[in-house]
Design a binder for this molecule. Structure first.
Ligand SMILES: [Zn+2]
Ligand SMILES: [Zn+2]
Length: 326
């Protein structure tokens, strides 16, 4: 039985389908069904299901409560904003851009055009001005966003190699989420502080004194504690772009299991996430966060992140937000 398909929507061109993500028109074989083929431009699966673009999304509509709470605690420290501003001034935009992109390839409409299309999709969906994006040779599956005046996104090469097109969109959307949620300045400060704390060259860096001051003020630990929780808000932003919770779940599974993920049972992985969350009450979670932070992990465990996303979907909050923006 053929599924309902695009013929009804485009009666004059039964063999073409417009990509729901990027708007590119693709010709398809007669009898085509949803997800049989990928868009020639953004490489995402073709489907005639709708894809929502937000016109007036506000960060407070999706910010995770743990993010909001940790940010309030950080902002309650006297002098925090001026100390961080000083740190970023000392380091400067150019040094930050060098630190973030080092030897990276800039993504353009001609260089890695499908990645460029995915960036455009994420920005258009959330309503964010498009930043520059780079791919950097790095074997660790990761991505990050940084900058002062102008944010940039950096994708590690391993991420592009190991994730499929939908999962790559999820990661890019997560990074665009950092921009939408106005995380970039604080995230950049957090990375600078981590960089300074974790390396013996720290003393040689401009701003070494200000880093010491920030640590002594208690800003560093509050900032790093916030930065981990901020990830949960951006996973929600990623879901608002992919509009499929399982894409987020499978991305997390790859982050947890690496390429071995193809041998992992997805349903059991989700079950593990639910179990994990059940076993930790709020106070134990706080201790856990401290452990995560002390361990120097840049992102909280994927198992936990998937549990948080599942909860957001299963409590109906995600659907409510989507319906509000119909
Ligand atoms: Zn497309
Ligand atoms: Zn992030």
């Amino acid at each position: 039985m053929p599924r309902k398909k695009s013929d009804a929507l485009e009666p004059r061109e039964p063999n073409s389908i417009t990509c729901r993500y990027c708007g590119q028109k693709n010709s398809v074989k007669p009898g085509y069904q949803n997800r049989d083929a990928n868009c020639g431009r953004c490489k995402l699966p073709l489907s005639d299901e709708p894809h929502k673009k937000f016109h007036d999304l506000h960060k407070n509509e999706y910010i995770h409560p743990a993010d909001a709470k940790a940010l309030a605690a950080l902002k309650a420290i006297p002098g925090v904003d001026s100390a961080l501003k000083k740190l970023l001034e000392w380091t400067g935009e150019s040094a930050i851009r060098v630190m973030f992109m080092a030897s990276a390839v800039k993504v353009t409409p001609n260089q890695c055009p499908d990645l460029y299309a995915k960036l455009e999709i994420a920005c258009k969906t959330l309503g964010v001005e498009q930043p520059d994006m780079f791919v950097q040779q790095n074997p660790i599956v990761n991505a990050f966003t940084g900058g002062v005046e102008k944010p940039i996104i950096v994708l590690h090469s391993a991420l592009v190699e190991r994730l499929n097109d939908e999962e790559t969109l999820a990661v890019i959307a997560h990074e665009v989420g950092h921009i939408h949620a106005e995380h970039v300045l604080y995230i950049t400060a957090a990375r600078l502080i981590e960089f300074a704390l974790n390396r013996s060259v720290a003393a040689l860096l401009p701003g070494a004194e200000i880093v010491k001051l920030i640590v002594s003020m208690g800003v560093a630990s509050a900032l790093l504690a916030w930065a981990r929780r901020a990830e949960l808000s951006c996973d929600r932003a990623a879901l608002m772009v992919t509009q499929d919770a399982h894409v987020i779940g499978k991305t997390m599974m790859k982050l947890a299991g690496g390429t071995f993920a193809s041998k992992i049972d997805y349903d059991l992985f989700l079950e593990q996430g639910r179990e994990f969350k059940k076993q930790y009450d709020a106070s134990r979670l706080d201790r856990f966060w401290a452990d995560v932070m002390n361990a120097g992990l840049s992102h909280p465990f994927p198992i936990w992140r998937v549990a948080e996303i599942l909860e957001w979907v299963e409590t109906g909050q995600y659907e409510e937000l989507m319906a509000k923006h119909a």
